[in-house]
Design a protein around this ligand. Structure first.
Ligand SMILES: NC(=O)CC[C@H](N)C(=O)O
Length: 232
């Protein structure tokens, strides 16, 4: 399975996302924001980083890059798309998921390992998790506060589109502790924490106390590979 990882000016975690795809058994395909071709990939990752220096709002300029026209068409046709942190901000700015991301309520950039609960294990990117499973992956951002109007939040909650929730102290003021959401169909998923930094034993979060091995992020990528095989 070929999974495209799009690099924008200021992307930081594109190489890590490519590596995660490879370790999960997929073939990473490096794509450039200025291109109009998705090169026939089966799924897409919008990686983390500081696209366009976070000017205007994080992800706002990247969401208007040439390749995003193709990304929006593909996502609306059912292609699996994962937005990680800056990529989640792009998904929100492109209206591929509901809501928006605003400055952390404490005004600081945050960088720590974060426990999340998987609230929906039936999206294209979460099938290898158990419903309600708690996972630990890194969180590092300045604009991670998820917001949406009350009606939208109620709909997201009611239709299973809240995919991840922060466990423990809310790190950024996100409404309802929401860490990640999906579109209605479940092929587009965005989250603030970083699965691609928790894919190799010895390099991911130290979760020894929880008897895990710091590789909780790998299941995002194995999930989408299996999902695409099933639907092929
Ligand atoms: N790790 C990231 O992708 C950071 C996203 C964005 N630059 C922020 O600070 O919120």
């Amino acid at each position: 399975m070929r999974i495209g990882v799009i690099t924008f000016p200021g992307s930081l975690d594109d190489r890590d996302a490519q590596r995660a795809v490879r370790l999960a058994g997929g073939e990473p395909v490096a794509l450039w924001h200025g291109s109009h071709s998705l090169e026939g990939v089966d799924a897409l990752v919008l990686p983390g980083g500081f696209s366009y220096g976070d000017y205007l709002r994080c992800g706002a300029i990247a969401a208007r890059s040439p390749i995003m026209a193709e990304v929006i068409d593909a996502a609306n046709s059912g292609m699996p798309v994962l937005g990680i942190c800056n990529g989640f901000q792009m998904l929100a700015e492109a209206h591929l998921v509901d809501g928006g991301l605003i400055r952390n309520d404490h005004g600081q950039f945050i960088c720590r390992d974060q426990v999340l609960r998987v609230e929906n294990a039936s999206t294209d990117w979460t099938g290898d998790f158990a419903q309600g499973q708690e996972i630990t992956i890194p969180l590092k951002n300045g604009e991670g506060g998820f917001i949406a109007d009350a009606e939208t939040v109620a709909r997201l909650e009611g239709e299973g589109q809240v995919v991840f929730r922060y466990v423990g102290v809310n790190p950024n003021g996100s409404v309802n502790d929401i860490a990640g959401v999906s579109n209605k169909r479940g092929n587009v998923v965005g989250l603030m924490p970083h699965p691609e930094h928790a894919i190799e034993e010895g390099f991911g979060p130290d979760t020894s106390a929880a008897m895990r091995n710091g590789t909780d992020g790998l299941a995002f990528f194995t999930s989408v590979i299996k999902q695409t095989l099933v639907s092929a």
